[in-house]
Design a protein around this ligand. Structure first.
Ligand code: NAD
Ligand code: TYD
Length: 352
């Protein structure tokens, strides 16, 4: 079959990437979706079992920092577009090991930009779309929102590496005319998220009656977005977003960490048939994350106004769906938390 477009999605076996790959394979049968992923601890082909045999889907195991491999990949597939998600994504890991964030998030992005630049002699209809985070904007006080004009002020090695890659993507637009687009999104949650991030970590610990480690005073605030709403926004921006532009994506759904953990505890008590309050008693305030950003909040009016995007569900509903998914997929959870996860957990939280 002759496809209308061939699109490279990097990091498609990760949390957000797997939702995006599934969405695009299902909703664009006339596109060939090529998923390139290194399958680090965070990448898992089990996340894509339901689409693995589809005629418009190809998985390639590879590393975005490998220049020769990326050049070969671009030569072999003649991509029309790139949606770049591959990254090291966890702030706590970036504090313990910044270098892998520099390599993948900065160097890997430049390797892909160079491959696109080299292979796209004619850029008509081409698009290099870089997926980023609101963490590049730094930390807010009690009020205000990040807009697309907010000055960058990254404060963790993770956010600094993402900020650097954002700047490089924009530099390739201004310097070489590469047709780019960017989006900066708030915290995602939902099925298939690796249980190092707040929500699945808490769900997993509640299941096992383990302490729930809340950093610092627990009054840090994040804006939470259902992962499928992010995937839908990415699909929309890929097709309709203006070249050279940045779009902020957010759920308008702010929670203080402690309130979110309380809500999760109550949902889990209900689902596990526990007495009310049992899971809350597991909460343990622990040493704060160094350089912990106090508050993130997104002004998503540009994507609403220009592209008509809206989040489909709010967190109260999304958290319940998420908790249900993890309880229905305990084998997935057991598999990803065996082996190397144990060492990570011990290093980050002590014996727990
Ligand atoms: P994730 O850690 O779940 O997945 C990252 C994927 O990238 C994994 O499948 C991993 O195997 C792959 N990968 C890592 N290094 C690679 C390399 N060198 N070559 C090829 N593949 C490699 O991350 P996620 O939460 O799905 O985030 C995806 C993207 O979205 C990232 O760029 C992240 O910065 C961004 N983002 C995430 C959030 C969030 O809340 N999770 C919010 C905004 C933006
Ligand atoms: P996280 O899911 O790591 O996302 P990010 O740091 O990218 O926002 O953390 C979300 C919030 O939850 C953040 O304020 C840190 C806090 N947190 C805890 O309190 N305990 C934990 O064990 C984790 C992983 C996070």
């Amino acid at each position: 079959m002759a496809f209308q477009q061939t699109i490279l999605i990097t990091g498609g076996a990760g949390f957000i990437g797997s939702h995006l790959v599934r969405l695009m394979v299902n909703s664009h049968p006339d596109y060939h979706i090529v998923n390139l992923d290194k399958l680090t601890y965070a990448g898992n082909l089990e996340n894509l079992k339901d689409i693995e045999g589809r005629p418009n889907y190809t998985f390639v195991k590879g590393d975005i920092t490998n220049e020769a491999q990326m050049q070969q990949l671009f030569a072999a597939f003649q991509f029309d577009g790139v949606i770049h998600l591959a990254a090291e994504s966890h702030v706590d890991r970036s504090i313990s090991n910044p270098m892998s964030f520099i390599e993948t998030n900065i160097v890997g992005t430049v390797v892909l930009l160079n491959a696109a630049r080299y292979h796209w002699k004619d850029t008509t209809g081409k698009r290099f779309y870089h997926i980023s985070t609101d963490e590049v904007y730094g930390s807010l006080g009690d009020t205000g929102f990040f807009t697309e004009e907010t000055a960058y002020d990254p404060r963790s090695p993770y956010s600094a590496s993402k900020a650097s890659s954002d700047h490089l993507v924009r530099a390739y637009y201004h310097t070489y005319g590469l047709p780019v687009a960017l989006s900066n999104c708030s915290n995602n949650y939902g099925p298939y998220q690796f249980p190092e991030k707040l929500i699945p970590l808490m769900i997993n610990n509640i299941r096992h009656n383990k302490p729930l480690p809340v950093y610092g005073d627990g009054l840090y605030t994040r804006d939470w977005l259902w992962v499928e709403d992010h995937a839908a926004a990415i699909d929309l921006i890929y097709h309709k977003g203006r070249v050279g532009e940045t779009y902020n994506i957010g759920g308008n759904n702010e929670w203080k960490n402690i309130d979110l953990v309380h809500q999760l505890c109550d949902i889990m008590d209900g689902l596990l048939g526990r007495q009310a309050g049992v899971s809350r008693s597991l909460i343990s305030f622990v040493k704060d994350r160094p350089g912990h950003d106090r508050r993130y909040a997104i002004d998503a009016s540009k994507i609403r106004r220009e592209l008509g995007w809206e989040p489909s569900i709010r967190a109260a509903e999304g958290l319940r769906r998420t908790a249900e998914w993890y309880l229905e997929n305990t084998e997935w959870l057991e598999r990803v938390t065996s082996g190397a996860y144990q060492q990570y957990y011990e290093h980050q939280y002590g014996e727990g």
